[in-house]
Design a protein around this ligand. Structure first.
Ligand SMILES: *Cc1c(COP(=O)(O)O)cnc(C)c1O
Length: 360
């Protein structure tokens, strides 16, 4: 059985080199005589794995010293509640930008805790663009501004960081973290479920500025309080140790690829190639405004939805897996995170060209 090019939106492909390394170390990590899965999170061996991973992530993203990095569980979805619980302080409202399905989920959850001011929405366009920043109705008294830099389902991505002045900016980077350079100092908080660009499911990264920790609402569960985890180096309880270790291997791999600069160049080239194939034919289409097209998730439709099943079947024969689009958008979606090799893009583009020729 050979490995396929897996275009899944998440859990997604991991770099083959990472899986190989993990498999070599599966039974015996570094002479410890046990798997990382079997180690105490408080033992020396795992502590060294954990701190190396954090140090490498800090290097990769140039995370300033006044930010904590937390290795949590619960997924990005749990952060939708943790954010208002931790960041509202004595304020009662928060600003949210609505650019797609994940924004909407974050908004719906925040509404349980505060007045949500939707400062901009692209819903009218079917979430195919980003509302122009000049139209945002930002509230200077908001506790924070939340947005989703890359909408995984719609395939829409910000090409800039919104300037929210003194109001902390909070970003759900689940599907774009580590894909290109980013200035962390512009954010109050960044969070991401790991299973797209970081590692296996089960780990959630939170990168948060020190001054935003310690103001949680009275009734915040200890496990949702950033202070709990910051005070205990993410080891208040048992962290997702194996996912943390694998994330560490991914960070080493990204460093070898030239860090986020190198990764960004590769991702730009990969996505350019795929969009060129879509735009260069009248058989395929992508509805997103060109400027805001995602480098990570590329939805596209065929000339007729009647051909979708045949496309997926033919693709599978070429080792191109999980291309079926999200049910809300239809058609196809190629998620091309860091771990998708250029070879995968080439194989997909060749197949698309062939399929279009045969079915035109
Ligand atoms: C996948 C995804 C989520 C949900 O992540 P979970 O870890 O499954 O909770 C949230 N936001 C975005 C942008 C995503 O891509």
């Amino acid at each position: 059985m050979s490995r396929v090019f897996n275009f899944s939106a998440g859990p997604a492909m991991l770099p083959e080199a990472v899986i190989k390394k993990a498999s070599e170390e599966m039974l015996d990590w570094n002479g410890e005589g046990m798997s990382v899965m079997e180690m105490s999170h408080r033992g020396k061996a795992f502590m060294s794995i954990a701190s190396k991973a954090e140090a490498d992530l800090r290097t990769l993203m140039s995370i300033p010293d006044n930010y904590k990095v937390l290795f949590l569980q619960g997924g990005a979805s749990q952060q939708f509640a943790a954010i208002p619980l931790n960041l509202l302080g004595d304020k009662k409202t928060a600003d949210y930008v609505n650019t797609g399905m994940w924004s909407k989920k974050a908004i719906a959850e925040a509404k349980r805790y505060c007045d949500v001011n939707v400062v901009a929405t692209s819903e009218d366009s079917g979430f195919t663009t980003i509302p122009d920043f000049s139209t945002w109705t930002l509230n200077p008294d908001a506790a924070y501004v939340h947005y989703t830099p890359n909408e995984t389902i719609g395939g829409v991505e910000f090409d800039y960081i919104p300037d929210t002045g003194n109001v902390p900016l909070v970003a759900d980077m689940s599907s774009t973290i580590l894909s290109r350079p980013i200035d962390v100092s512009k954010f109050g908080m960044i969070y991401a479920g790991a299973q797209k660009n970081v590692g296996p499911a089960g780990l959630t990264l939170v990168i948060i500025r020190d001054d935003l920790i310690g103001n949680a609402a009275e009734n915040t569960p200890a496990m949702l309080n950033y202070k709990t985890h910051a005070d205990n180096d993410s080891m208040y309880n048992t962290p997702p140790t194996y996912s943390w270790y694998l994330a560490g291997l991914v960070f080493e791999w990204v460093l070898q690829k030239g860090g986020l600069e190198g990764m960004g160049q590769i991702n730009k080239a990969k996505s350019d190639k795929l969009y060129a194939a879509i735009d260069g034919s009248d058989f395929y289409a992508n509805p997103v405004e060109v400027r805001y097209r995602s480098w990570m998730n590329v939805p596209f439709t065929l000339k007729s939805a009647d051909l979708d099943a045949a496309f997926l079947e033919g693709a599978a024969k070429k080792g191109l897996a999980t291309l079926k689009g999200h049910r809300s958008v239809g058609g196809m979606r190629a998620s091309i995170y860091n771990a998708m090799p250029e070879d995968g893009i080439d194989t997909l583009v060749n197949f698309m060209n062939e399929f279009a020729k045969e079915n035109s």
